[in-house]
Design a protein around this ligand. Sequence first.
Ligand SMILES: Nc1ncnc2c1ncn2[C@@H]1O[C@H](COP(=O)(O)OP(=O)(O)OP(=O)(O)O)[C@@H](O)[C@H]1O
Ligand SMILES: [Mg+2]
Length: 266
Amino acid sequence: MQNFIEISDISKTYWSADGKTETKVVLPLSMTVAEGEMVMFLGPSGCGKTTLMRMVGGLETPEAGTIALRGERLAGPDRRRGMVFQSYSSFPWLTVRDNIRFGTRYRRDLSKAEKDEITDHYLQMVGLGRYRNFYTNRISGGMRQRVAIARTLASSPDVLLMDEPFGALDAQTREFLQFQLMDINTREKKTTIFVTHDVEEAILLANRIVIFSSRPARVIREIDVDALIPAEDRRAGTADMPTFFDLRAEILKIIREEYKHSLEDA
Ligand SMILES: Nc1ncnc2c1ncn2[C@@H]1O[C@H](COP(=O)(O)OP(=O)(O)OP(=O)(O)O)[C@@H](O)[C@H]1O
Ligand SMILES: [Mg+2]
């Protein structure tokens, strides 16, 4: 697999409103993501994961270093390249179905009928068929999140950037969507970066897990989950349990240690 996303020596500093205090959020940091790979980001709260995702999405500019997609340097958000952020937002003046269809608006490669077909596909996928004609201020928060996820998928970005997309969902919906995403990952091989605080979710979905230090973010550990627990076994629920529990314990230990450091430094 070629390097699809290439992050080279990027750093990011935020300044306080009076310009006197700086907060280093991302250290010179480099990493690559292969085409079709699903990378899960884990790390202490406030370490800079969202900032990093926003930089990959072109919504934030690194102060130094570069981010390239297919060898082409990123300069701002670019819909042609199809980078879409997980937003949780929906348009209250549009129905559930029209919100999802909105995701296809820039897809010039598709006919109207194809756009309808894709819209209905993702509408069903997130389990909102019955609510297709509801305005989104008349559905629950968890449903709105599913609308946002379906809209993002319908836009078919080259890279799917998901920042804790399932964080606020109930356990059943969460599990349902995790399996849908695994399915998409298997069928479409969609390059995905996914931030979560849920270690089990990370192990379930990942090809690879990247664990960040407390702020300023640097990579403290990368885990090739595919090499430890085959993806088919995770999908089928037949993963070797001792391996799974050992891996979970190991990751939790790393995160716990890092969290302690962050309290000491504060
Ligand atoms: N626009 C901004 N201006 C100033 N500081 C910011 C800005 N955005 C984020 N920060 C700071 O940068 C640091 C990293 O924030 P970020 O949201 O990237 O963390 P995170 O890893 O996504 O945390 P969480 O897991 O809680 O979502 C925090 O200290 C935050 O206060
Ligand atoms: Mg965040």
